[in-house]
Design a protein around this ligand. Sequence first.
Ligand code: MG
Length: 159
Amino acid sequence: MNVRVGMGFDVHRLVEGRDLWLGGVQIPYKLGLLGHSDADVLIHALCDALLGAANLRDIGFHFPDTNPKYKGIDSRLLLAEVIKLVKQKGYEFGNADITVCAEQPKINPHIPAMQAELARCLSCDEDCVSIKATTTEKLGYTGRGEGIAAYATVLIYKK
Ligand code: MG
């Protein structure tokens, strides 16, 4: 069996007047993430991990933020495209382990909903999608609440 791993990292700025989407779930908060798409930083990190595992460049390469086609797009649609590309290269999704760094809002209560939504998008068991939340102890841009960062590691395999 050919097994490969990939990692992804993404950051988006928190601003007023935007909805907050994380892991395909809308989270009630006074601020939302700024971006060309819906700015779902968790899904973007996951997409980059998947692309990296399959050596298929990165999310900006496939979905440039200069393309009006992707303006305001639901990141779950980008994830569906990414999975398609990975499968076209002959790989199956194994599992993902994702960490979200945010001072506010509290992420933990929303993790089961995100796991369910991502498992649906990836057509996998919820047990294959791990999501963890952490703060950076008020240090740095995430600690000051200026943005949210996400890290993802994935495993893909070819039988
Ligand atoms: Mg992004």
